[in-house]
Design a protein around this ligand. Structure first.
Ligand code: KIV
Length: 258
C-alpha cells in the first residue's frame, strides 16, 4: 500500500518510527523503496550531485527533472519534493505556482519548504487549502546558510522558544509533518511531544517521530558529512577500487578476455 500523509500521522500515534531518506535519481529511489523506506525526499541537498557549493543555486526545473526520475522508481514510499530557494518566499502566488508545478509535473505527493512563523504560515495555509500537502523544515535551514551558517540552532532559551512557536504555527497552518534539523535533542523532544503531526529529525536526537539522512552521506558518497550523519558504507572507496581494477585490466589487456 502506498504511504500517505495520513499514514505518517497514524504512525506517530502508534509510536512507529518513520524511516526517511533522500533520493535524486531513479536507481537510488528504487533501491530505497524496495528496502522499505517510508518517505523519500527529493531534497535540494541534490546540490552536491550537481556540483553546487550549497543549495541556493538549485532551480525548480532541476528539482522537477530529478523528482520525475525518482517518481518512476517508487511504488510505495511517500515522495516529498523540496521547493528550492526563492521559488516560494516571494509571495503566496509564487509558492502556489511552484508547488503546483511540482505536483502536476512529477507525480510527487507533497512539497517541503523552509521557515516558519510568521513568514511561511500564510503560504502553508494557502497551499494546504489548495490541496497541496506541505512538510515544514525548522532549525538549521540550509537555504539561510548566509544568515545561519551550518551551526546548531535552538541553543539559547529564546531561540528554542522561537523554534517551538514556529512548529506550532506550521501545524496550525496545516503542515502534515516537520523536519527538525540540527537542534538540541531536548528541544526536539519538547516539540515532538507538543505536536500531533510527526517530527522527522536530522541531527535532532532520537526522540523525533522519524529520522532522515542524506543518502549520499549514509552511503559514504559525499566528500564531507555533517557531524550528525552516520556513514553505513564507504561507496567512494568501493567505486574507486572497482574503477581502478577495470582501468588496470583494460591497460593490461585482461578485459575483455577474448
Ligand atoms: O535537502 C535535503 O536533503 C533536506 C534534508 C537535509 C532534510 O532538506
Amino acid at each position: 500500500m502506498p504511504v500517505t500523509t495520513h499514514q505518517l500521522i497514524q504512525w506517530k500515534q502508534q509510536q512507529r518510527p518513520i524511516v526517511a531518506l533522500t533520493a535524486w535519481n531513479y536507481a537510488i529511489a528504487q533501491l530505497l523503496d524496495n528496502a522499505g523506506v517510508d518517505l523519500i525526499l527529493v531534497g535540494d541537498s541534490m546540490a552536491v550531485v550537481l556540483g553546487y557549493k550549497n543549495t541556493l543555486p538549485v532551480s525548480l526545473s532541476e528539482m522537477i527533472h530529478h523528482a520525475k526520475a525518482v517518481r518512476r522508481g517508487v511504488s510505495r514510499a511517500l515522495i516529498v519534493v523540496d521547493l528550492p530557494f526563492l521559488t516560494y518566499q516571494e509571495s503566496v502566488k509564487q509558492a502556489m505556482h511552484s508547488a503546483g508545478r511540482v505536483l502536476k509535473e512529477t507525480g510527487a505527493q507533497a512539497v517541503k519548504l523552509e521557515g516558519g512563523y510568521p513568514a511561511m504560515v500564510e503560504t502553508v495555509s494557502r497551499l494546504v487549502q489548495a490541496g497541496i500537502p506541505v512538510m515544514g523544515h525548522l532549525g538549521l535551514t540550509p537555504q539561510s546558510i548566509h544568515q545561519l551558517g551550518l551551526r546548531q540552532q535552538g541553543k539559547t532559551e529564546l531561540d528554542a522558544q522561537r523554534i517551538l512557536t514556529e512548529a506550532i504555527a506550521l501545524q496550525q497552518a496545516g503542515a502534515f509533518s516537520i523536519v527538525l534539523e540540527h537542534i538540541p535533542p531536548d528541544l526536539a523532544l519538547q516539540i515532538t511531544q507538543k505536536l500531533s503531526i510527526p517530527t522527522i529529525g536530522i541531527g535532532a536526537g532520537k526522540h523525533c517521530d522519524g529520522q532522515i539522512l542524506v543518502t549520499s552521506d549514509v552511503l559514504g558518497l559525499s566528500e564531507r558529512q555533517p557531524p550528525f550523519a552516520k556513514v553505513y558504507t564507504n561507496l567512494r572507496q568501493t567505486i574507486t577500487k572497482a574503477v581502478e581494477e577495470y582501468a588496470a585490466e583494460v591497460r593490461e589487456k585482461k578485459f575483455p578476455e577474448s
